[in-house]
Write a protein that binds this ligand. Structure first.
Ligand code: PEP
Ligand code: MN
Length: 345
């Protein structure tokens, strides 16, 4: 349910409404739009239908959201959400996040070298996996906590927010100590315990679309995080499984305007995992910006043949620099801003 507040509803009335909802056993989330203030109410459908919400002072209207995702919907939040990522970087509502870095953290010197180069090229978020979801249990599984420490140090030195994957609810506390943004990987998009756990933190979450997930599945997963109180969810299209093996996955670019029409959450595209091919990543990165993406996520490695994971799809730093420059030109044409990492928040 969504409660629409009367114009001029006072802060005291809003506090009273929230207290009443808590008394009735409902969770709630306030959305202050330019035109009106809404309160999203979450609880059992039957109980919600029968609750006397309209009788609370300050309430103008009570609407039921027909879509199964409520807090993720445009009905709840009309304007696009803008999420602060730290180090002066924001995403959504005209701000683009440019995520770049190696698939896995392999060592401090290497991460520092790659980070320095991608930042100089215009990237504003540094990525690197410390816990890697590998298809084979015999493949490199990541550096674990040592990797997280390296990522944190390099991010601080370069003044860039960092993003890294968390694979298990038991890792959330540890990863939370080091990262600015949690990444939920495609394979874990429906790990509901993990979604609940990151939903209880206050950190932005980059939620990747599962390889067989529909648009609605992705939004329902976002809803798990939002309904726990964490409204900082960034959706990521990273390709879905298809019958065609000429690319690693099939990039669903229409997902960008499709999701943006349904939801206020920012939508980022990852052409690296979507195509798996360095020759296809630059054109698909540009197409992502042209399609209105709120960010682009690209894997970069200075020596792809030595990479411990996903080397075959990594761009060289100079290839990244070229496409980043083109993305910046396109962003400017579209009146979008790419915040520089390291400027004051
Ligand atoms: C990654 O970002 O390195 C990764 C494993 O991505 P995905 O979950 O999209 O496969
Ligand atoms: Mn990867």
């Amino acid at each position: 349910m969504i409660i629409v507040l009367k114009p001029g509803c006072t802060d005291a009335q809003l506090t009273h409404i929230c207290e009443k909802l808590e008394e009735m056993g409902f969770r709630h989330e306030v959305s202050r739009g330019i035109k009106r203030t809404l309160v999203g109410v979450i609880g059992e459908e039957d109980q919600l239908r029968n609750a006397p919400l309209k009788a609370i002072p300050g309430v103008e209207e009570v609407m039921s959201v027909l879509k199964p995702f409520k807090l993720a919907s445009r009905e709840f939040h009309e304007e696009p959400s803008v999420i602060d990522l730290g180090h002066g970087v924001k995403v959504g509502g005209g701000y683009l996040m440019m995520i770049a870095g190696p698939c896995a953290i392999e060592g401090e010197e290497l991460l520092h070298e790659i980070g320095t180069k991608v930042k100089a090229a215009g990237a504003n978020v540094l990525r690197g996996g410390a816990f890697k979801p590998r298809t084979s249990p015999y493949s490199f599984q990541g550096m674990g906590e040592e990797g997280l420490q390296i990522l944190r140090r390099v991010g601080d030195e370069l003044q860039m927010p960092v993003v890294t994957e968390v694979m298990d609810p038991r890792q959330v506390e540890l990863v939370n100590e080091y990262t600015d943004i949690f990444q939920i990987g495609a394979r874990n998009m429906q790990n509901f315990n993990l979604l609940n756990e990151v939903g209880q933190t206050n950190r932005p979450v980059l939620l990747k679309r599962g390889m067989s997930a529909t648009i609605q599945d992705l939004l329902m997963s976002a809803e798990y995080i939002l309904s726990n109180g964490n409204m900082k969810v960034i959706l990521c299209e990273r390709g879905i499984r298809s019958f065609d093996s000429s690319t690693r996955n099939l990039l669903d670019l229409a997902a960008v305007p499709n999701l943006q029409g349904l939801s206020h959450l920012p939508v980022v595209v990852d052409p690296s995992h979507a195509t798996g091919r360095p020759d296809l990543i630059p054109p698909m990165a540009l197409a992502s910006v042209a399609a209105g993406a709120d960010g682009v996520h690209i894997e970069v490695h200075s020596c792809p043949e030595k990479a411990t994971s996903d080397g075959a799809q990594a761009l060289l730093p100079e290839q990244y620099a070229e496409v980043a420059q083109q993305m910046a030109a396109l962003a400017k044409l579209l009146n979008k801003t790419i915040p520089a990492a390291g400027s004051a928040s």
